[in-house]
Design a binder for this molecule. Sequence first.
Ligand code: ADP
Ligand code: MG
Length: 361
Amino acid sequence: MIQIEHLSKKFGSLQVLRDVTITIRKGEVISIIGPSGTGKSTFLRCINMLDRPTGGSIVINGIDMLDPKTDVPSIRQKMNMVFQSFNLFSHLSVLDNLTIGPIRLLRRSREEAERRSHELLKLVGLAEKADNFPDELSGGQKQRVAIARCLAMEPDIILFDEPTSALDPTMVSEVLGVIRRLARNGMTMLIVTHEMDFARDVSSRVLYMDEGVIYEEGPPDQIFRDPKKERTRTFINRVRSFNYRITSSNYDLYAMNAEIELFCEKQIFALKTRRDLLLLVEEVLQICSLTLQLLVLDLTITYSEKNGEINLVVVYGGENVNLLETAAVPDELGVTIIRNLIRSIDFRHEDGRNRLALTLK
Ligand code: ADP
Ligand code: MG
């Protein structure tokens, strides 16, 4: 449906988009995530030519958008955009906000436009508000009207630019609910959003944008559960972490514990969490010192703000040895204590290193 190749966009000397290439198929729901200022809005605006790209190509249903002969306004009608700030006409009633486009641009009769608009208001849960004015609605209601108005133009694709970020938290879900419903009905959509859980369950594909490119893309499960690249991982988890490197068995246990305590304090962990974490570290190090020939390891504690998960990651060299599963572990009690403290274990052996990640209960 849309083929974008090597798209670039500069504002003066500021290179916002460097080289964006992507194909969007009919019926896809694509979420675009990424830090602010990385060009997500610019990307959407380039797609419907509100901003003119500096380079590359955009082909929509076989039509080259950058060809001067292309009738951009007529294609843009098929590609409506929903903004963060609603952009409703405040001097028109809700119904007139919906009918004005179809009557003026699609040459629909008023009667037909109104009939269709009532249907759409019903779809977004606002059948009763047809005669109200935008100022009489809450933010969530306004945004639902904006979505209905967008649908009234019978778009082939809808571009959403952070549709919920101007809303009170209490109103976010009513708007997301409407978008979910459109997704179920097969509408093709591109959604820039900061709502990670929503992006995860509504989209067929997730694009992580950073540094002016699509830095990583994939199905939501992969992007959210197992991103391949470090920047994506950092963004997704927005983890805070603590690192400690142990280089010999003479490491300073007290200094390390004091640093962990300080980290816990900064994260405002509950007392029980702190105790569990320290016990976990102690037991894991005990097993390490009994099992590893060289006590050289990197210990990382990560805390995800998003899901509250606390992980202890231990990376050590040598052959493929999962310290918690190998029969060689001489400290059965330690293993039992560890297993009681954790919810899950992830062990990998990569590039000659072992990585044991334990998630605290
Ligand atoms: P995002 O939506 O990911 O937060 P934007 O696309 O809004 O990012 O902006 C990307 C960068 O481009 C920012 O540094 C922003 O200041 C700049 N920018 C956006 N629009 C313009 C413009 N019309 N003129 C100049 N700079 C712009
Ligand atoms: Mg933006």
